[in-house]
Structures are given as structure tokens and as C-alpha cells.
Design a protein around this ligand. Structure first.
Ligand code: AMP
Length: 110
């Protein structure tokens, strides 16, 4: 865990958040500043700064994130209507919290 990492603090319940899902590897919670009717953050508990910092050993964490996204989309009822998945990478890519997370956006009426 990194001392000043907000998502580490959320994972460790030092900062309150309502988890929609938790297991030994991930937590999922709603984005505090949603950019879509459904905006979830899927967060590995392991503190990896960004996609740039993945090690070979981390491949299961990343593939598991996509499997979890599929399940969370279903749980939120957006699997059939459709959704977007996004990783922001570093400041130029819009990343503000330097703890790997996958955004799931959906729920628009189209
Ligand atoms: P990124 O720009 O990809 O690093 O995304 C970080 C996201 O975390 C932003 O969409 C923020 O709105 C969101 N965020 C920041 N603080 C919190 C918090 N305490 N709980 C939930 N989401 C947060």
C-alpha cells in the first residue's frame, strides 16, 4: 500500500465508500463524480500505478478486471444496452488517481 494513495485508503476502508462488489483481489464502487448514469470504478486491491507499471505477474489481475466488468455491467443492468470501458494512463491520458482502475460507463437512454 502506498501512504498517500486514495484508492488504497478506500480499499483498506480508511476512507468510506460503498462497495458494490469485493473479493480478495478487487473492489468496485461508484465514481464520486459520475460521467454517465452508471459510472463504476473497478479497482484491483494491489497498488499498481497505471497500465505502464504492469509486471508479467499482473496479467491475471488485468484479465480478471475485464471478466469483472462483464459481471458488473450485468449487475447494473447495462449489459444489453451497452457500456464503455476506459483506462486513463498518466496525466496526459487524464489519470488523476495513480492506482490502476477501470472505468465502466453506461446507462444512457439512446
Ligand atoms: P482517473 O482520472 O482515471 O484517475 O479517475 C479517477 C476517478 O476517481 C475520477 O473519475 C474521480 O471522480 C474518482 N474519485 C475520486 N475520489 C473518489 C472517491 N472518494 N470515491 C469515488 N470516486 C472517486
Amino acid at each position: 500500500m502506498s501512504d498517500n494513495c486514495l484508492f488504497c485508503k478506500i480499499v483498506n476502508r480508511e476512507v468510506p465508500s460503498e462497495f458494490l462488489y469485493e473479493d480478495e483481489t478487487y473492489v468496485v464502487f461508484r465514481d464520486i463524480n459520475p460521467h454517465a448514469p452508471v459510472h463504476l470504478l473497478l479497482v484491483p486491491k494491489k497498488c499498481i500505478r497505471s497500465i505502464n507499471d504492469l509486471k508479467d505477474d499482473d496479467h491475471k489481475i488485468v484479465s480478471g478486471l475485464f471478466m469483472l466488468a462483464k459481471e458488473m455491467a450485468k449487475q447494473e443492468g447495462v449489459n444489453n444496452s451497452g457500456y464503455k470501458l476506459l483506462f486513463n494512463v498518466e496525466k496526459g491520458g487524464g489519470q488523476e488517481i495513480f492506482h490502476l482502475h477501470l472505468h465502466l460507463f453506461g446507462g444512457w437512454k439512446r
